[in-house]
Design a binder for this molecule. Structure first.
Ligand SMILES: Cc1cc2nc3c(=O)[nH]c(=O)nc-3n(C[C@H](O)[C@H](O)[C@H](O)COP(=O)(O)O)c2cc1C
Length: 169
């Protein structure tokens, strides 16, 4: 049966090249809204977000990752954090953050935008948190670079499903 959700899951690609067109604040809020509708253990909703459109802040963040060129190219960034005050289980809260971020990526697609999950920047998480003037206790999960895709020619591969299924009992 055709399903727009299954199509979006499979057709979503990491988008790293953007046009100069701005991403509107309401679009960024829509992306975050999708994130907060992710499941979380005990429904504790431990995620927190920073919306970054300011060019000077983006320039400073770009210095914190090997993927600075993507940070500079993207008209908007969303930093995703976990708030330890809301957390209850290390593993489950991190899993919830992953679900949240994937929802955000899919929402980006649905809005006709493109995004990439930037994880390498976590190696400078403390510096990112300082640049964003946030409490040190917050735990950076990812920065999403968001923009209007310059093109949709991205391809990606997955191994065969059979390689991942350990057993079928
Ligand atoms: C935890 C995580 C960290 C990632 N970090 C980066 C990153 O720092 N820079 C980048 O360009 N892509 C990053 N990616 C995107 C992956 O490279 C990408 O998802 C993968 O190559 C598959 O491509 P696709 O998203 O188009 O299917 C990250 C993805 C995940 C899930």
């Amino acid at each position: 049966m055709p399903s727009p959700i299954l199509d979006a899951i499979q057709q979503r690609r990491s988008i790293r090249e953007y046009t100069d067109e701005e991403v509107r604040p309401d679009e960024l809020r829509e992306i975050i809204r999708a994130g907060i509708w992710a499941p979380s253990g005990l429904n504790n909703q431990p995620w927190r977000f920073v919306i970054i459109r300011d060019a000077a802040v983006r320039r400073r963040l770009a210095e914190q990752t090997h993927y600075g060129h993507i940070v500079l190219a993207a008209p908007a960034l969303i930093a995703v954090y976990l708030d330890p005050a809301a957390m209850y289980n290390e593993v489950k809260d991190h899993q919830a953050a992953g679900a949240c971020i994937q929802n955000m990526l899919l929402a980006t697609e649905a809005l006709g935008l493109g995004a990439v999950w930037l994880g390498q920047i976590l190696q400078n998480a403390a510096a990112v948190t300082a640049i964003l003037e946030l409490p040190e206790a917050l735990e950076l999960m990812a920065v999403l670079a968001v923009g209007h895709p310059q093109h949709r020619r991205q391809t990606s591969q997955r191994k065969n499903l059979a390689e991942f299924v350990l057993k079928e009992l």
